[in-house]
Design a protein around this ligand. Sequence first.
Ligand code: TXA
Ligand code: MG
Length: 322
Amino acid sequence: MKNIHSNIYRPNYANLKKAKKNIENNNVIGLPTETVYGLAASAYSDKSVKKIFKLKKRPSFNPLIIHFKNLECVKKDVICNNYFIKLYRAFCPGPITFVLNKSPSSKISKMANAGKKTVAVRIPKHKVARKLLKILNVPLAAPSANISSRLSPTSASDVVDEFGNQIKFILDGGRCKIGLESTIIDLTHKPTILRQGAITSKEIYKILRKKIAVIKKSKVIKAPGQLKFHYSPGIPVLINKNYPRKNGAFITFGKKFKSSKNHFNLSKKNNLREAANNLYKTMRKIRKKNYKSISICKIPNFGIGRAINDRIKKASYKWQSK
Ligand code: TXA
Ligand code: MG
């Protein structure tokens, strides 16, 4: 059965089979994960991967994350090291991506990992993504389902907002539980976090018992999360503010801010997970209401708050000195 948008499909067995057919026919589909929605296609097919880059308007040097069903499948395409095995056992399936060396016999399209020696590996937890991976014989290349540099989608209708009818088949997995992209950790040298997410450096440290570096600025763009301007709602974003601009919206957090028409509270309960989950949804809502700017109050910088601050800082980059 179809949803209100003709390209959104309920994830029943018949539609999962249709999704499989689409992947086998080198089409790109919208796929729910526990972090954000992805634009998924066969990671083994240049033809499919090319379509993803084109749809997203993504520069070809920027590699895609490859989604696998389990460890056995990962082993076919990448070289697994001890760090990875330990973290896999602790966190997978889950909202974490590992950068590992590609194996010489890997079938992953060179385009998918932008010709690099490494591959970003993720084993998603969302049951719809898992069900699809289970019936497929290929891993899925899946970047977030947004136009490059824009906000990631956290519901099937957000994917329609981004791409309209360009994506013919979107599986509806409801609202994403986490709402921010996965943590990315490079394990090819000393463990280094390239992008912060729901799984924190502290939690990773507890498993590896090794200092976890967190990349701040890098000359080489390893992840576009590191491109300075990203996660943009398309209007000016100003951070660490105590009030909105004229005709602007104000994103708040916690009890101390009063309610008002243009105030949008990420979590009245001071809950950072709830705030993370509401961030992109709220920014999309504000943009649709035609506010001219978004001011955001200070957000506590611990736990998933670090990932929130990373995203809003990048969203505000263009407007920082204005
Ligand atoms: O939560 C997520 O990770 C979502 C869902 C759909 O799985 N995906 C996602 O993909 O956020 P994307 O393409 O929007 O972000 C992937 C990031 C990019 O910053 C890319 O540069 C980085 O992963 N990346 C991919 N392969 C890499 C590699 N081999 N080395 C370093 N970074 C890599
Ligand atoms: Mg993205």
